[in-house]
Design a protein around this ligand. Structure first.
Ligand code: NDP
Length: 327
């Protein structure tokens, strides 16, 4: 039976996207076939639909994450009816992703949806929330614990930022949120931020070592912002770098590393090993207040994905955009 899919094709201008119908024969190779219920719009999806060299083979179904129900499986770990999710790997790069009603993927990419969660909860968290959790696990690994001082979250209104705030405050940290949208102060405080700062404080070139402010930080912005955050991190503090919303550069010095013994932890959600994924999803199921999650979510249908993808690149999306693939 045919199924709906958003397909990206290469054009002279870049990438064009259209809603179309595919047949099961069109599915890519894999061990597990999934009736997709939910996907999401992440910054990387914005880049993909804008033709920014995320998609490596055409035509392709974009969407870097998905959750749904197994309809067929030759992998002994998964049976028909199982609720599963996929984040990253080849999705939207070399393999058809989440913006279709049916997907087939290698079994090694699949993660069970935590027992207490629905497929909708799993994608309300999505790649952004899972990345936020990987970042917090990295801070914990570096020794950052509640009570040591303020933890900064940059790109606070974004998907990663919003869920990082909710998680960190739930764990007992005092969270400072850096944002360019001060008008969202009430939203950020409801998520658990104790203090809001203007991102302009961090986005311009600064000194290589500055007044100590942060016991830890989750940064989804990069560039001068990350350089300033490193320069302001307290002795033996840690920063998890997961994004590039300001820029991919890092105009920093070694001073904070050799004078303050700070740690810079890199975060990659795409190729994270299965054990790290399972630990992140286990912690999300136990640590994230689902009530707070609700305030971050805007729900859209497949046809609205291209507009949402453009809006996320323009910094106009707050929190998480959940795609109801059946709508
Ligand atoms: P969002 O677009 O939802 O969030 C990014 C936020 O960054 C915006 O909401 C905005 O927050 C802030 N921002 C935007 N532009 C600028 C700018 N020019 N200067 C400073 N701040 C800016 O994206 P996601 O949360 O989905 O992703 C965040 C980043 O993390 C992206 O760069 C993404 O590519 C990366 N990422 C990396 C992953 C990995 O595996 N390493 C996985 C997931 C995401 P505000 O309005 O509050 O200032």
């Amino acid at each position: 039976m045919s199924f709906r899919a958003l397909r990206a094709s290469k054009t002279d201008q870049g990438v064009s996207v259209a809603l179309t119908h595919l047949e099961p024969n069109d599915l890519m190779a894999g061990d597990v076939t999934i009736a997709v219920e939910w996907s999401t719009v992440n910054y990387k999806d914005g880049l993909a639909l804008a033709g920014q060299r995320i998609i490596q083979t055409f035509p392709l179904t974009p969407g870097i994450d998905l959750a749904g129900t197994v309809t067929d499986s030759s992998d002994a770990r998964y049976a028909v009816g199982d609720k599963v999710l996929v984040n990253g790997w080849g999705l939207s790069q070399t393999h058809d992703g989440g913006y279709a009603e049916l997907a087939r993927v290698p079994g090694d990419w699949v993660v069970p949806v935590p027992a207490a969660s629905s497929t909708r909860d799993a994608m309300a968290i999505g790649t952004a929330g899972y990345t936020a959790m990987l970042a917090i696990l990295a801070l914990e690994h570096a020794g950052v614990a509640p009570g040591q001082g303020d933890v900064l979250v940059t790109g606070a209104n974004g998907g990663v930022g919003s869920i990082a705030i909710a998680l960190l405050s739930g764990l007992g940290h005092r969270v400072v949120a850096s944002t360019g949208r001060r008008e969202e102060e009430a939203y950020l405080k409801a998520l658990g931020a104790s203090e809001i700062i203007d991102r302009a404080e961090l986005s311009a070139p600064g000194g290589m070592i500055q007044k100590e402010r942060w016991a830890g930080a989750v940064d989804s912005v990069g560039s001068h912002t990350l350089a300033n955050v490193l320069a302001q991190t307290r002795y033996r503090g840690a920063v998890a770098a997961c994004g590039l919303a300001q820029g991919i550069d890092l105009p920093a010095s070694v001073a904070p590393f050799i004078l303050r013994n700070i740690t810079l932890a890199g975060i990659d959600s795409v190729n994270a090993p299965q054990a790290a994924r399972l630990e992140a999803w286990r912690r999300l199921a136990s640590d994230l207040d689902v009530g707070k999650l609700a305030s971050t979510v805007t729900e859209i249908g497949l046809a609205a994905v291209p507009d949402a993808a453009a809006a996320i690149l323009a910094g106009r999306i707050r929190g998480r955009t959940l795609v109801n693939v059946k709508a």
